[in-house]
Write a protein that binds this ligand. Structure first.
Ligand SMILES: [Mn+2]
Length: 291
């Protein structure tokens, strides 16, 4: 398939450090070649924050979402599948904006809920609010400024593999219509979850925060929490998703190479990327069963 990689090498407005180093590390390690070897045609663009602007986590974060939205829209117009490699999860707002959220659901793989708001966060990290922003719970004015963004209805969102959720955040998730599948239930419950989703949406955005993986299998970043998915479980879940629903775009985020001295997480990211593209391609095939 023809793929547009969009690398967003930022973490909390800082370029190329911590998880912001992840996208370019994956590229330097040969991700493009790895995907070309699997039959894909790969184009690659690096998204930058405006050169002249002051760096501030919230402002810069939304500037990046803005740029991602435009690049995703352009990729789709050119018939390319957008694959975002991002330091932070919050670029999802831009990716969804570029897709058009009216008929798009969300499959969000993450160790965390990313469902805090400025009122509930205890960490103060914008990324812990990424899914809440996607669903319109917070940062509503800034999100409205991202071209094409509309909040995604929570009934069209599934949070998969999450197990490290703040107390108030957990209450908000429980009261929401977001489907929460903890790691132990992903394999058994994903098919039914997808079945429900296909009645509610035409296509999905597939988001993989690499910290959904168990740190024993592949440590993604400093926030990684025990009890996550194995690489094989994640690959299978992605494949299962592709069989059930059209995947319109995907993200691989939150890889901090500094915590991956032996390259195990890098190798895992390669496999996830290959599984993602195969799943997205399968879903595009004519005659494929989907609603
Ligand atoms: Mn995340």
């Amino acid at each position: 398939m023809i793929v547009q990689i969009l690398a967003v090498p930022y973490d909390s407005a800082h370029r190329g450090v911590r998880m912001g180093a992840g996208p370019e590390r994956l590229l330097a390690a040969g991700l493009v070649r790895h995907l070309e070897d699997r039959g894909h045609q790969i184009h690659c663009t690096v998204i930058e924050a405006p050169a002249e602007s002051w760096r501030a986590e919230i402002q810069t974060g939304f500037q990046l979402m803005h740029a991602v939205a435009g690049a995703v829209r352009e990729a789709r117009e050119q018939g390319r599948f957008p694959l975002v490699l991002s330091g932070n999860c919050s670029t999802a707002v831009g990716t969804l904006a570029g897709l058009g959220t009216r008929d798009t659901g969300v499959l969000w793989f993450d160790a965390h809920g990313d469902f805090n708001t400025p009122e509930t966060t205890i960490g103060g990290f914008l990324d812990g609010m990424a899914l809440a922003t996607v669903t319109g719970r917070c940062w509503t004015e800034l999100a409205r400024g991202v071209p094409g963004f509309r909040p995604v209805a929570e009934r069209r969102v599934a949070l998969l593999g999450a197990r490290d959720i703040d107390p108030i955040e957990a209450g908000a998730l429980a009261r929401s219509e977001v489907s929460l599948l903890p790691p132990a239930t992903v394999a058994a419950d994903l098919p039914r979850c997808l079945e429900t989703l296909t009645h509610r949406t035409e296509q999905v955005y597939l988001h993989v925060d690499l910290d959904v993986l168990d740190p024993e299998a592949a440590r993604a970043n400093a926030y990684a929490a025990p009890g996550g998915l194995t690489l094989e479980q994640l690959e299978l879940a992605v494949t299962t998703a592709g069989r059930a629903v059209a995947i319109a775009a995907a993200t691989i985020s939150a890889y901090d190479p500094a915590l991956d001295p032996d390259g195990r997480t890098c190798a895992a990211a390669f496999r996830v990327a290959a599984a993602l593209l195969a799943a997205a391609e399968g879903a595009q095939a004519p005659g494929h069963l989907r609603r």
